[in-house]
Design a protein around this ligand. Structure first.
Ligand code: BDR
Ligand code: CA
Length: 307
């Protein structure tokens, strides 16, 4: 199996990404590292613990950064509710966080398994950037970074920027410039995965506690997307990154040069993709373009059905 660290800010779609990862024999989840993002770190860590409890997993969980490198913190209660995981009733965690800091854990694991560890960030890139800065020798040892963030077209938190990248554009700049093999699941890809009512019904029809929680997560997550965009369902953004590692054949991708705008202004936090290679700069990123959405849901259903 591929060794991964899921760096997340749960978050409805983060939680589903974690469920998919932990249920997949193709992956060995070394740990969850948590970052501020959708809500503050205190809540994202609590949410991660509650999700682990629900799943009956023993994966270790590490708390990381509670704020961006330079800019002020933004958050997304308007999308994920006050707790960051509003909707279902989740069990009270019986186990706590590991004492080690998330950034130390990332560095330690990459050094321990050189060339083997895939980092899967589905929140702000602060923990990953900090790890790269604290221990620059990890850069050539990271197998790949498969992230949810950015877009090659429009944003969702500003006309230009996607939320995760806008949370910490400076961290994103460090990550995109690190020379690590990158794969980006941006909004242009993830918006192809709306959890329509019939898809939500399939999770409910699993007839299991985790299937029911998934349905409730998706029902809450739909609200914002329905009101804001008039969509029938919420995209399960973060699960795309995990699904790519399990079933890359479901995805059509292209290699491009992608750079981050970290100067404040209209394009702050934009992932600028040189689609036509106008600059002549060699590609640094594999970009997700299309996903077989039925295959994606079949995979999610199959794996979440194992709980
Ligand atoms: C991203 O922002 C968060 O709200 C979601 O969890 C996802 O990672 C989508 O822009
Ligand atoms: Ca997220």
């Amino acid at each position: 199996p591929i060794k991964i660290i899921h760096d997340c800010d749960p978050g409805h779609d983060d939680a589903i990404a974690t469920m998919l990862a932990l249920a997949s024999p193709e992956l060995e989840v070394l740990g969850l590292t948590v970052v501020y993002g959708n809500v503050g770190l205190e809540r994202t860590t609590q949410n991660a613990l509650a999700v682990r409890e629900l799943l009956g997993s023993r994966v270790p969980i590490y708390a990381g950064a509670d704020r961006p490198l330079v800019r002020e913190r933004i958050s997304a209660e308007s999308v994920h509710g006050r707790s960051g995981l509003e909707g279902p009733h989740l069990p009270r965690p019986t186990r706590g966080l590991e004492p080690q800091h998330a950034v130390h854990f990332i560095i330690e694991q990459v050094m321990k398994y050189p060339g083997e560890v895939v980092l899967v960030p589905t929140g702000a890139l602060t923990n990953i950037a900090l790890a790269l800065r604290m221990e620059p020798r990890i850069a050539p040892l990271i197998r790949q970074i498969v992230l949810m963030g950015g877009s090659i077209d429009f944003g969702n938190w500003s006309p230009s920027a996607e939320f995760n990248i806008l949370c910490d554009p400076h961290a994103a700049k460090i990550v995109f410039g690190a020379g690590v093999p990158l794969m980006m699941c941006g909004l242009n890809l993830t918006h192809q995965t709306p959890a329509t009512p019939d898809r939500v019904a399939r999770f409910r029809a699993l007839g299991t506690p985790v299937g029911e929680v998934t349905a409730q997560l998706l029902e809450f997550f739909r609200k914002h997307h329905q009101e804001r965009y008039g969509w029938e369902g919420a995209p399960i953004h973060d699960a795309c990154a995990v699904a790519f590692l399990i079933r890359p054949e479901l995805f059509k991708t292209g290699m491009y040069w992608v750079e981050i705008e970290a100067n404040e202004g209209l394009a702050y936090g934009r992932t600028i993709c040189d689609y036509w290679n106008i600059s002549g700069t060699p590609p640094n990123c594999e970009v997700g373009l299309e996903v077989d959405v039925n295959g994606f849901y079949d995979l999610l259903l199959e794996r979440i059905g194992t709980y």
